[in-house]
Design a binder for this molecule. Structure first.
Ligand code: GUN
Length: 281
């Protein structure tokens, strides 16, 4: 039997509709500031989608654009200004930043209570310790999709391919917090197929098409594809969907899988930040 498809788009729309109802009575409205440095076409597109999602749910958003030539000090100053702005409840610095800017230096400047991405060391540290925190949007969306699809995580062998700040590392921690047995694979991993073949759940997030193919899977495995690659004008993931779908029991598509859930989790995180900040004031 071919794999069932996890419809991330439908799930995301349901979550956004619920968040819209929760935002409707709020005054002042939550406000998310999105900092974009440079004009990387993928980043321009992603940030546009984030602004559109804010609009859709009745959340305010601010668009802070800096030139690709902006210095690290200029980016840090922009973040500090947003930290001090009482009208801003969430801050997102779109990654990647231009090569001359130290991402850790910038992300460490975001006030942890406004850190909607959960990339600040305090939030990442809390995630590692299993303490309450703002969790990064993509892995949070992945875990939500798995649970909503009825996948029981406890005791499962989960393989995460990729070790990025945005997906792989936090996803491995979140799956560990859910009592999975987690293996993290990356570009230096040997015999990847032998490792994935033992997995009940395989998540791939490396930014390279065909990293995962059907013959690397155990029959009935669950596959989550967090890749977004443009191949000949078409959007494809990191998994070869056709061969994977023949072997897996459940799989996410690209597009329409992890991507929309990332945006829904961003809005959820931004509303959580707003609630924590306004409760304290
Ligand atoms: N670039 C790709 N994904 C993300 C994300 O989730 N957050 C940020 N800030 N940048 C990204």
């Amino acid at each position: 039997m071919p794999a069932k498809i996890i419809d991330g788009k439908r799930m995301a729309l349901e979550i956004l509709a619920r968040l819209k109802r929760q935002i409707a009575p709020l005054s002042p409205k939550p406000c998310l500031a999105i900092v974009l440095v440079g004009d990387n076409p993928a980043s321009v597109l992603y940030t546009q989608k984030k602004h559109e999602a804010c609009k859709m749910v009745g959340m305010e958003s601010r668009n802070i654009r800096l030139a690709a030539s902006a210095s690290q000090d200029e980016v840090v100053s922009a973040v500090r200004k947003l930290n001090a702005d009482k009208g801003v409840h969430g801050i997102l610095v779109q990654l990647p930043l231009p090569w001359h800017i130290d991402e850790n230096a910038v992300l460490s400047e975001i006030a942890p209570e406004k850190d909607v991405d959960g990339f600040h060391p305090e939030n990442m540290g809390r995630l590692a310790l299993g303490l309450p925190c703002t969790a990064p949007c993509t892995p949070k969306g992945i875990v939500r999709m798995l649970k909503e699809s009825g996948v029981r995580l406890e005791g499962k062998n989960a393989v995460v391919i990729g070790r990025s700040r945005i997906v792989g590392k936090p996803l491995a921690l979140m799956l560990l917090n859910e009592n999975c047995t987690v293996t993290v694979c990356h570009s230096k991993t040997r015999r990847l197929g032998e490792i994935t073949k033992r997995a009940d759940i395989v998540c791939v997030a490396v930014g390279k098409p065909n990293t995962l193919v059907g013959r690397m899977l155990k029959k009935g495995a669950v596959v989550v594809d967090a890749g977004t690659n443009r191949v000949g004008g078409r959007l494809v993931g990191d998994a070869d969907f056709d061969s994977v779908a023949k072997k897996a029991s459940l799989a996410t598509p690209v597009p329409g899988g992890v991507g929309p859930m990332t945006i829904a989790m961003l809005i959820e995180n931004a509303l959580d930040c707003y609630r924590k900040i306004t409760r304290r004031q």
